[in-house]
Design a protein around this ligand. Structure first.
Ligand code: ADP
Ligand code: MG
Length: 378
């Protein structure tokens, strides 16, 4: 082995729910500590977001690893505190409550998230719409009342979806503060469609600001962002034919079978840097009168999307973008999704269509690079 001088610090945390935007309100369950094979230097279990996740960091020393891990957790907790729209104390809730009124002073983090969400709205031609909050509230209420929304209710909610009526400034005021204002009363921001990918990306960025970091993965329930330092081995330590150290190997993600909640992996996906995010209806949906409806809503019709897409997986250098694009693909349908992804630099994707119980894979041209098997057969 060519890397004995590196103390290996791997931190694995299991994260559980309290509900970042998009949370389905299930009670939080803190799982017990998880032991990773061999290298585990420290374990933690904590409660954050509505999902189990892993944080793995390779650093030069154990102490550096611990600091980087703390930085990642702090970042995730901050994002959750600011952007969980189901928490009345969050900044996003304050912005939503003030809809139709004056601007609300927010953190730069919140302003940046809203700006990126608006950008995704533009990129996807409105298929990704962070103002779906009022529609989500309508469908959630109807699910509780076991009825479908009326046409009038849908029409009223559709009037609240214009992102041009959201004013957001990041450090834009004369005194450098950030602010956000929803111009129309009733408008509701819901960043659930990009939250996990965005949060994972922010956590990886926080890790990278720490010292001694060689590689990191933040995986939130299958949606994750990762980074590895460039190169084929620690400088000057390579021996001919020596195997690559773990932090120089690609990170592994799993392409999950959208037909089952068992988290069965159809194929491994590998990435060195960037984010891999999947959107689908496997875990979350509305159920009314025994019928399941997608939890992704079509901002044009105000109704849950109905098409043959079982899941959309997007790879992109940026986590928030990957997540937003994956949600948009569910709305756009296969043809337009592949067209959009092919057009965007750095984006690749795989749509899994479902027909009579069988999955039909529809990848972008470059998606194969993330498939170690180079095959899409299942
Ligand atoms: P998941 O939460 O399973 O990762 P998504 O990333 O696709 O799935 O996000 C779905 C969530 O995004 C919904 O629960 C809702 O809060 C929000 N949402 C629904 N439809 C849209 C849409 N068209 N654009 C943006 N966000 C949406
Ligand atoms: Mg998404």
């Amino acid at each position: 082995m060519s890397w004995p001088r590196y103390a290996l610090a791997t931190f694995v945390a299991t994260l559980a729910a309290v509900g970042l935007p998009g949370c389905d309100g299930r009670p939080a369950q803190a799982p017990g500590p998880v032991r990773t094979p061999k290298e585990s230097a420290e374990q933690a279990s904590l409660v954050i977001m509505d999902t189990r996740g892993d944080v793995i960091i390779y650093t030069d020393t154990e102490a550096q690893g611990r600091l980087a891990y703390e930085a990642a957790l702090a970042r995730l907790k901050t994002i959750e505190r600011l952007l969980n729209r189901y928490d009345p104390a969050s900044e996003l809730s304050a912005v939503n409550r003030a809809a139709g009124g004056p601007p609300v002073i927010v953190s730069r983090t919140t302003a940046r998230a809203v700006i990126q969400a608006r950008h995704l709205w533009q990129t996807t031609g409105g298929a990704f719409n962070p103002l779906v909050g009022s529609l989500v509230a309508l469908w959630t209420q109807c699910e509780a009342e076991r009825r479908l929304p009326t046409d009038e209710q849908i029409q009223s909610a559709l009037l609240l979806l214009n992102m041009d009526e959201v004013e957001v400034a990041e450090g834009g005021a004369a005194d450098g503060t950030s602010s956000c204002r929803l111009a129309r009363a009733g408008m509701q921001l819901d960043l659930g469609g990009m939250a996990k990918g965005w949060a994972a990306q922010e956590a990886v960025a926080a890790i990278r600001r720490c010292e001694g970091v060689r590689a990191a993965l933040v995986n939130l329930g299958g949606d994750g962002a990762c980074w590895s330092e460039p190169g084929g081995g620690p400088r000057g330590t390579e021996e001919p034919g020596a195997s690559r150290p773990p932090w120089r190997r690609p990170w592994r993600f799993g392409l999950q079978d959208p037909r089952t909640v068992s988290r069965k992996i159809l194929a491994p996906l590998e990435a060195t840097r960037g984010a891999v995010v999947t959107s689908g209806n496997t875990y979350r949906y509305y159920e009314i009168d025994g019928r399941r409806y997608s939890h992704v809503l079509n901002p044009r019709t105000g109704r849950p999307v109905e098409n043959c897409i079982a899941s959309a997986t997007v790879v992109h250098p940026d986590g928030g973008t990957a997540d937003g694009l994956a949600t948009a693909c569910m709305v756009l349908g296969t043809g337009k999704s592949i067209e959009l992804l092919e057009r965007l630099p750095g984006a690749e994707g795989l749509i899994l269509e479902l027909s009579e119980g069988r999955l039909l894979p529809c990848p972008t041209e470059g998606f194969e690079q993330y498939l170690p098997s180079r095959k899409l057969e299942f």
